[in-house]
Design a binder for this molecule. Structure first.
Ligand code: PMP
Ligand code: GLN
Length: 391
């Protein structure tokens, strides 16, 4: 090797995430925009947050709430979350030592993973898994162990989980209600996880960003209200989902004081804190308008049922959706294309953008399934349904 080659090799940046490309949500939303397609891909509403929340935000923007808030989040917002938990789940969470406000749930997931994962630790995730988990684990030096949820209902295979847990397992990540499948975990599922990790040096990261988007009278099973898991969990939430404001990027993490102390060491040098006037506005809104999150299941159940009924005569076969604002559909009667190709074709040729499932798997099953987002105005859903029914 001559000196020039040697030099340029030493200047080549070795990627820390060599297998990571641009997230599928960004890819599909851009494709939707480029082709003028109705965007049922990336999960975000096409309607506005409540007018009162926007008014509170404007108010605080214009009343001097524009400098750094405390690193752990505004006390008023942490107190509002704590009071809400007493009302809704009858659990006491200390706002000073157990709640941290973050820049979206994504930051909270990242900090939680980095709080406990060191070189060589193993983290169990269930495929299809939300796409931010594995890169965060890899950056912490951990190894991701992928366990597939069982078809057709996307449930945990308990025998497989029991045999995957070892002394190297430091963290298990669950997500309920589950993106992208819309399945949910029950209290008894949480009991089983608790029994498996109770006496181990292993923690739980519970991604509960869709806690209020759950249907058919089902009750959300939260790690925060579970007696054993409460002591071993980072539970992560997002105001973006609950208040139709995904672009606000404000979330929070609830964890016991000892875990929260580690979490904050990472948070303070990652984002440090998050947007001040929004925290004030959210604090008011959580306190003063509880009907807003209490009405969310009915609000989105209407959209789920409308969307399902509108496309019931299409050639897509609909899977159950018990929570989240996502609907899976099997397109095997329409095409043999791989799901990524099918999603591209839907977006570019048919004008409705969807999300393929394979990017959420280490080893995707041989299924033909895509995800639709129904967090859209009824008119948008009707317009999309006309296209879908004609495919
Ligand atoms: N977890 C899951 C399962 C999600 O679907 C999302 C967002 N869509 C997040 C985390 C991230 O939430 P945020 O936008 O608040 O960062
Ligand atoms: N969670 C959203 C979804 O599932 C996307 C969030 C993102 O784009 N990072 O569509």
């Amino acid at each position: 090797m001559n000196q020039t080659t040697n030099q340029s090799a030493s200047q080549t940046l070795q990627s820390k995430l060599p297998n990571v490309g641009t997230t599928i949500f960004t890819v599909m939303s851009k494709m939707a925009q480029d082709h003028g397609a109705i965007n049922l891909s990336q999960g975000f509403p096409d309607f506005e947050p409540d007018e009162v929340l926007l008014d509170r935000m404007t108010h605080y923007l214009k009343s001097g709430k524009n400098q750094y808030p405390p690193m752990i989040g505004l006390p008023e917002l942490r107190q509002a979350i704590s009071s809400k938990l007493i009302k809704t789940r009858e659990v006491e969470v200390d706002p000073d030592t157990e709640i941290t406000i973050t820049s979206g749930a994504t930051e909270a997931l990242f900090c939680a993973i980095h709080s406990v994962i060191r070189e060589g630790d193993e983290v169990i995730v269930f495929d299809p898994a939300y796409d931010s988990y594995e890169p965060a684990i890899a950056l912490a030096g951990g190894k991701t162990i992928h366990l597939p949820l069982t078809l057709p209902d996307y449930q945990i295979d308990w025998d497989q989980l029991a045999s995957a847990i070892s002394d190297q397992t430091r963290l298990i990540i669950i997500n309920t209600p589950h993106n992208p499948t819309g399945s949910i975990l029950s209290e008894s599922d949480l009991d089983k996880i608790a029994a498996l990790i109770e006496n181990r040096n292993c923690y739980l990261l519970s991604d509960e960003v869709y806690e209020h988007i759950i249907f058919d009278g089902e009750v959300h099973a939260s790690a925060v209200s579970h007696p054993v898991l409460r002591q071993k969990s980072f539970a992560v939430f997002s105001f973006g989902k609950t208040y139709h404001a995904t672009g606000w990027k404000i979330g929070y993490c609830i964890a016991p004081a000892e875990l929260t102390a580690e979490f904050r060491k990472i948070h303070q040098f990652n984002a440090f804190t998050t947007v001040t006037p929004m925290q004030w506005a959210l604090a008011d809104f959580v306190n003063d308008y509880p009907q807003n999150y209490l009405e969310l299941p009915a609000f989105y159940q209407h959209k789920r049922d409308l969307f399902r009924s509108l496309i019931t005569d299409s050639r897509f076969k609909l899977l159950p959706s018990k929570g989240t604002y996502f609907q899976l559909a099997d397109y095997s009667d329409i095409s043999d294309l791989r799901d990524t190709d099918f999603a591209n074709w839907m977006t570019q040729e048919k004008g409705v953008a969807v999300i393929p499932l394979s990017p959420f798997y280490q080893s995707a099953p041989d299924t033909r399934i895509v995800r639709f987002c129904f967090a859209k105005q009824d008119d948008t859903l009707a317009e999309a349904a006309r296209v879908i029914c004609a495919i």
